[in-house]
Design a protein around this ligand. Structure first.
Ligand SMILES: *Cc1c(COP(=O)(O)O)cnc(C)c1O
Ligand SMILES: [Zn+2]
Length: 413
């Protein structure tokens, strides 16, 4: 294994922890930790060419860059399609540029979160835990339950009571012991931390467990390899806690450090307008995160206090990227637009990157030199059909009678 330690990325802190221990946050300052690697060893021992003949089309093909030794056999996690979307590009006035959608709703639990759960659950087992807990708006939870079921690990999960029904159904079907908290995601998160402190269950919480980012970074490995190691100019990411976008950046900088890609893309962070703590922080000189209401129809990015907000702000700034916010009606409108324009079905948070790219295009924020744009579709539309119906409306109901057809279609032809 090439991972060496857990280090604190806060400037001036210098906190560290050994990978031998089950440590979550910085022992010095309490901030989020980052996994460090022996990049020289990876660079010396691993070449892009060795991937060409590797028939393992899952996240595990990048094993030298993970902080675990084992893997999950069976369920195919990752290597999701990168779908060209020329008609969407044209609709956004981006003719001549390349727009690609990374369809992560195709993972085993139908969301991006499987990338994170995979590494966190293997880590849990390697630390000798057979019971994992987590708090989530829904997808991290259902992902944990699905992969844990495949591994024979037990789960105790906290979700806000209002989580979409499909996510609740997934959790129950896969055998999670489910606690629906009569409160917000942020409250469920704190309750889950209290449970870990009291009972010692292994905790997978986003922006607390340093291993989730190590799984999320796999999306960048795939994007770059699928583009034959020509990194895109811009990667568009929906942001809630900020762990996906910090993972995307970790993956890109990992590849850059080992010489697999020559240059780094910029990041465009997209948030819902009342769940915009990271975008607000980007607008402030000091980049400080402050709590917001967190209200949005996109439940997966409905966050008052982003748990990985600091790292998200650092990632966007280091990439010389930008942030935009979008209204709920723009998010909902993006669902049928992406479905009809590219054949990809996303839940509200899943199409938020598209809504944000549209906003950035309309506001003239996209540099003409950004020729190749990748946007993440992070969750499948079947995860939250109630939100889809809000924008599509209900179908027309007709009697089982040919006369009804005549009434509708005879006048049309
Ligand atoms: C979790 C999630 C996000 C946001 O990820 P963060 O790490 O919280 O920023 C976006 N979309 C979907 C579908 C998600 O499940
Ligand atoms: Zn620290």
């Amino acid at each position: 294994m090439n991972a060496t330690a857990l280090v604190c990325p806060r400037p001036g802190c210098g906190g560290r922890a050994s990978l031998e221990e089950t440590v979550y946050v910085c022992p010095s300052c309490g901030g989020n930790l980052q996994v460090d690697y022996d990049y020289d060893a990876i660079r010396a021992g691993w070449k892009r060419d060795s991937l060409r003949d590797d028939r393992d089309l899952t996240i595990w093909r990048y094993a030298p860059l993970y902080p675990v030794r084992a893997r999950i056999e069976g369920l195919p996690i990752g290597w999701t399609p990168l779908v060209p979307a020329p008609r969407l590009a044209a609709a956004l006035g981006l003719e001549g540029r390349e727009l690609l959608l990374k369809d992560d709703g195709r993972n085993p639990s139908a969301s991006f979160k499987d990338r994170a759960s995979a590494i966190a659950l293997v880590r849990a087992r390697e630390q000798g835990h057979d019971l994992v807990t987590g708090a989530s708006t829904g997808n991290a939870a259902s992902s944990t339950a699905v992969l844990a079921a495949a591994m024979g690990i037990r789960t105790r999960i906290f979700i806000p009571k209002a989580a979409p029904r499909a996510k609740v159904a997934q959790l129950l079907a896969f055998g999670a012991e489910l606690l629906a908290v009569d409160g917000t995601y942020d409250q469920a998160f704190d309750l889950c931390l209290a449970a870990t402190a009291r009972y010692g269950w292994y905790n997978r919480n986003t922006g607390y467990n340093p291993f989730t980012r190590e799984g999320k970074k796999s999306v960048s490995f795939e994007i770059c390899e699928q583009l034959d190691w020509q990194a895109p100019d811009l990667v568009v990411v929906p942001v809630g806690d900020g762990n996906i976008i910090s993972g995307v950046w970790k993956g890109l900088t990992d590849l850059h450090r080992i010489g697999f890609i020559e240059r780094l893309p910029r990041l465009l962070a997209v948030q819902a307008e009342h769940s915009d703590a990271v975008v607000r922080a980007l607008e402030r000189e000091d980049g400080a995160i402050e709590a917001v209401s967190g209200d949005t129809v996109a439940d997966s990015i409905s966050v008052s206090l982003p748990r990985d907000g600091e790292a998200a702000v650092r990632a966007v700034r280091e990439s010389r990227g930008l942030g935009v916010r979008v209204a709920d009606h723009e998010i909902l409108a993006a669902i049928p637009e992406v479905a009809r324009g590219a054949g990809v079905f996303g839940e509200p948070a899943g199409v938020t990157a598209y809504a944000g790219l549209k906003k950035a295009a309309t506001d003239g924020l996209l540099d003409p030199g950004w020729r190749r744009i990748v946007l993440l579709v992070t969750g499948n539309g079947l995860k939250d059909v109630a939100s889809v119906i809000k924008v599509t409306g209900e179908p027309r109901v007709i009697p089982p009678d040919p006369a009804a057809l005549e009434e509708i279609f005879d006048s049309q032809s």
